[in-house]
Design a protein around this ligand. Structure first.
Ligand SMILES: [Zn+2]
Length: 372
């Protein structure tokens, strides 16, 4: 086993910083010779240690490009996942990140893939592609939103080869529409300088930063709304609450809520649900009817409920899941604010949202995050 201490330190650096990664999101990798060490699925970057990485055989991963997979998405992902599992080195028992194939495509030794809200203001912006062309075309590639897993890796592969043929060098960054960011370099110091430079460029193009300053909520109204939501969620409900300037503005009207009315990225769906519920009022009756309409529309209860004039609640079966849902909700508020500078919010399509909701791999991640 090679020395993975630099990979561990790099992973914790970005994994421990909420501006880059939240919950179980993001992943990192390191290549040495014929081996690739990639974050195992269900592991958190912020607290990862050497045994949180899955050892892969790079030749076996490369051989996946010679294979042909079924057209139908479920059969395709199942076959690709089986080949991915078979590409582990002998004795490796962990499950590699679903983005492993993508890591393997970059020849650089280190790859750090994150989901920073500021960068996602571009990847989830209607004019995101234009902003990318202005800011990053010389050093990076843009990948449109496609189904995660095999199809994403295939799309990245084509973009990487196109850049290489055109520029005669490797891209060092990648922006992934409605998803996130990736940096590839030969050593951790380069990863840090490329990342810092990219973040500064994004910040320079942002006209309004999210205002997450706390707002105090009326204690009685808050207690009443919490009691109503707890009874709607049923026995064992865990609630978390936040009130800040963005939330109060976004929950002010249907029109103001539009940027949050659908999903930005797969991580938002996995951890905070594909749809947030905006109640019409803080009254018990208002909450009950909005909740009932949500359940009949979606077949499951909301994980995030915005209450006008009050704030946002997360409702889940465990305290951990409620806290994580609220983190991802706040991240969506940030993405919405950043996206204002890049043409306004661009959500995933319904078809892509449904793919994530049904995806076996994402179900596994949801189960891990819920502590099942
Ligand atoms: Zn990702």
């Amino acid at each position: 086993m090679p020395d993975l201490s630099k990979l561990v330190a790099l992973s914790r650096l970005y994994g421990g910083d909420p501006d880059w990664v939240l919950a179980g999101g993001g992943n990192t990798s390191y290549k040495e010779g014929d081996r690739l060490y990639v974050k195992a699925s269900g592991t958190s970057l912020g607290s990862i240690s050497e045994d949180g990485f899955c050892a892969m055989d790079r030749s076996a991963l490369d051989a996946m490009w010679e294979a042909s997979y079924p057209e139908e998405s479920e059969a395709r992902e199942a076959a690709a996942l089986a080949d991915l599992m078979a590409s582990r080195l002998p004795g490796e028992g962990k499950r590699p990140s679903v983005e492993t194939l993508m890591h393997g495509l970059f020849p650089q030794a280190y790859v750090v893939h994150t989901h920073p809200a500021a960068v996602n203001g571009i990847t989830c912006g209607r004019e995101g592609r234009e902003a990318f062309d202005r800011l990053f075309a010389e050093e990076g590639i843009w990948v449109p939103f496609v189904d995660p897993g095999y199809i994403l890796a295939k799309t990245v592969r084509a973009a990487l080869e196109e850049f290489r043929a055109r520029k005669g060098r490797l891209p060092s960054i990648m922006l992934m529409q409605n998803h996130g960011f990736l940096v590839a370099a030969e050593n951790p110091a380069e990863i840090e300088s490329i990342s810092a430079r990219a973040m500064a460029k994004v910040a320079g193009a942002v006209r309004r930063f999210p205002d997450l300053s706390a707002r105090s909520a009326d204690a009685l109204a808050l207690a009443e709304a919490a009691a109503t939501l707890a009874s709607l969620r049923g026995a064992g409900a865990c609630l978390r609450f936040v009130s800040d300037a963005e939330t109060l503005a976004l929950s002010g009207s249907r029109q103001a809520f539009a940027p949050l009315s659908s999903s930005f990225t797969p991580d938002h769906i996995v951890y905070a649900g594909h749809e947030f519920l905006l109640a019409d009022s803080a009254s018990a009756e208002g909450l009950r009817s909005a909740w009932a309409a949500f359940v009949s529309r979606n077949g499951s209860p909301p994980r995030i409920v915005l209450v006008p004039g009050l704030g946002a609640f997360s409702c889940a079966a465990s305290a951990g899941a409620a806290a994580t849902a609220l983190l991802l909700y706040t991240d969506a508020c940030k993405v919405a604010a950043f996206a204002e500078s890049f043409g306004g919010a661009l959500h995933m399509t319904k078809e892509k949202i449904d793919f994530i909701r049904n995806w076996e791999v994402e179900k596994y991640r949801s189960a891990v995050s819920a502590g099942k």
